[in-house]
Design a protein around this ligand. Structure first.
Ligand code: NAD
Length: 383
């Protein structure tokens, strides 16, 4: 049925995302990894950035595995349809590992072709490339090709066709500005466009209260937790500005910044983390105002205490008692995971949130919705 006002689509087919901090220890589901997997599930090509490229590469393999097993797949070739997600065999097919080199710094590193298979660059040299086709579309102001899988290229050494990847791992330290620039440049070079930026990198940072925190560690931590998001946006926004506005999307690009419940409320033992996440929250509103005229939406997701590898891997452990205490501080008294965070990010990044910008969305089982739920009824005003 044709509606006077068509339903917003959900599919991300034909779109390209950068997710920073997309790796995680082992096969654990961190927030960035879950976000990359869910964006790919809806047909988006995803550049998985991590300073440890092996962790991002595992994310790419997991995306590849989901596609191989058919998990989350569905036919989803038409980005203007109102249908659901699913990567399907639509736009981008296959996954690969590729990285790029920055001219003047050690980060974004070039992975050897032996490790990662034929590189996109050498494919582009030997045949028609996706980037140049996509560039042409951007320059002409036309929407991107509806099915990028048509733009497969042939390697010089093989007669088999090599599909344009749906996910690539890219090494980069987002606290280094040259890396942020290289990440965006390389994304444009490989995919021809950038639609979504998820600024997921964040660290616990400097320990202590105002009395005892080390100020050099404070400055470095603020730079990683806040400055990195500014630097990624600095290069991503001009790239997004080049996108045509599609009738059903109504926007050129979307940025989702990773905040935290710690940035909304007090109660954390160390001063740096809640201060930095509080800055991310209001930076999101300021960015939303700055870039609305360019039809770029900027939103923020604030997770509660989700159980990610940050909590139990890399030399850290968490007792069952602590885990239970974390669950019980919420209204729902259940444990959240990276998937819960990723579902919110996917929504805010996609066209179903096309009329939403400047929003701060807690994903916290109700932690920020109420206080004092454990006190007796007799303590209330009407007893
Ligand atoms: N886990 C939680 O309970 C929780 C709660 C609220 C908010 N968050 C936020 O979610 C985000 C991700 O948390 P997580 O626990 O999933 O992640 P994590 O700590 O497991 O880190 C994910 C990845 O980020 C990479 N990384 C770290 N610094 C980087 C840098 N400078 N450049 C590039 N990559 C870098 C790491 O190598 C790692 O693979 C953070 O912003 C965090 O503050 C987490």
């Amino acid at each position: 049925m044709d509606y006077e006002f068509p339903k917003p689509p959900r599919s991300l087919v034909g779109k390209v995302a950068i997710v920073t901090g997309a790796g995680a220890h082992g096969d654990g589901i961190g927030n960035g990894r879950a976000i990359a997997i869910l964006l790919a599930e809806d047909g988006c090509a995803v550049v998985c950035v991590d300073r440890d490229v092996a962790l991002a590469q595992r994310t790419v393999e997991m995306i590849e595995g989901e596609r191989g097993s058919g998990s989350g797949s569905g036919s989803n070739n038409n980005s203007s349809s109102g249908g659901g997600g699913g990567s399907g065999s639509g736009n981008f097919s296959g996954s690969t590992s590729t990285s790029t080199s920055s001219n003047n710094n050690p980060g974004p590193i070039l992975q050897s072709e032996a490790d990662s298979g034929p590189s996109l660059q050498s494919e582009a040299d030997s045949g028609p490339s996706l980037p140049s086709e996509a560039e042409a579309d951007i320059e002409s102001g036309q929407p991107p090709p509806a099915n990028h899988a048509a733009a497969v290229t042939t390697t010089a050494t093989s007669t088999s066709t090599v599909a344009v990847p749906i996910a690539v791992a890219m090494a980069g330290d987002v606290s280094v500005e040259a890396d942020c620039k290289s990440i965006v440049d390389s994304t444009l070079q490989q995919f021809g466009r950038l639609d979504i930026l998820v600024n997921c990198v964040g660290i616990g940072g400097a320990a202590g209260t105002a009395v005892d925190v080390d100020m050099a560690a404070w400055t470095a931590s603020m730079h990683i937790n806040v400055g990195s998001m500014v630097m990624m946006a600095k290069y991503a926004v001009p790239a997004m500005r080049r996108n045509a506005i599609e009738p059903n999307w109504l926007y050129r690009g979307a940025i989702v910044n990773m905040g935290s419940v710690a940035g909304l409320k007090g109660g954390t033992p160390h001063l740096l983390y809640p201060t930095a996440k509080g800055a991310v929250v209001n930076m999101t509103r300021a960015m939303a105002a700055h870039h609305a005229a360019d039809a770029i939406r900027v939103n923020c997701v604030c997770p509660g205490m989700v159980y990610t590898p940050m909590m139990y891997a890399g030399g850290r452990t968490m007792s069952e008692e602590t885990r239970t205490a974390r669950k019980n501080r919420s209204l729902l008294k259940t444990e959240g995971t990276g998937w819960d965070v990723a579902c919110a990010v996917r929504f805010l990044a996609g066209p179903q949130a096309r009329w939403i910008t400047g929003v701060i969305l807690p994903v916290d089982a109700g932690v920020t919705a109420a206080v004092g739920t454990d006190i007796p009824k007799s303590a209330s005003v009407n007893g």
